[in-house]
Design a protein around this ligand. Sequence first.
Ligand code: KIV
Length: 275
Amino acid sequence: MSSHRQETVRRLAAPDITMRKGQTPIVCLTAYTAPMAELLDAHCDLLLVGDSVGMVVHGLPNTVGVTLEMMILHGQAVMRGSRAAMVVVDMPFGSYEGSAEAAYDNAARIMKETGAQAVKVEAGETIVHNIAYLVKRGIPVMGHVGLRPQAVLVDGGFKAKGKGAEERRRILEDARATAEAGVFAIVVEGVAEGLAREITEAVAVPTIGIGASAGCDGQILVTDDMLGLFDWTPKFVRRYADLRGEISQAVARYADDVRARRFPGPAEIYFAKAG
Ligand code: KIV
């Protein structure tokens, strides 16, 4: 494919995603690296550089330790690897919950240094002022309600949300307020189908579900989960591959070949004929 053709592909942007409300479901996956972004780009509408990168790639126990620098580095890689899908970069814990000015400085830094099309924040009523502040100043924002992984230390674990009526009411309010603040879409995580459908009906922007049923306008999963890279799969994930098994078998075969001096063979060395 010529470089001219590559330059003429238009990336999806926030308005394209918003317009898809109630249409064909929006396909989203997480991406953290350039080669994975390249593979996903042809199939996805939106790639999320999730702060789950801290757990998936860096081995952290949760997302609280993820830094702005980590998000920028992975955001840059995903932008380099993709060309058609919209790229959204998560704002890490501590980078947007304080003053609106600080949230703006951090979001603007992510946008400038990665070239991504939007940022995502875990949203609740305390954050909506900051969301509106960013959107009014030209930064497209995606919200995230329901199970909010950055609240893991307050919640005491990653727990599905909305069992009680009061919690359901609060999550619906979070979603409404987040939409009113101007987000272009909202991730709805870890809630029952009834609440996901209620939120989807209540807001004018698309809802993107994760562990939230098919009642949303789109779906997202952590790519490494659906590819089967971990020994444990959350209930809401469908494993489309068993890469953990495949990698393990491939590495075992490589180790056997090296130990038995079967690798490298004659076809796998330079200048074999020249001696
Ligand atoms: O960080 C992440 O990967 C996310 C998705 C799970 C929605 O926020």
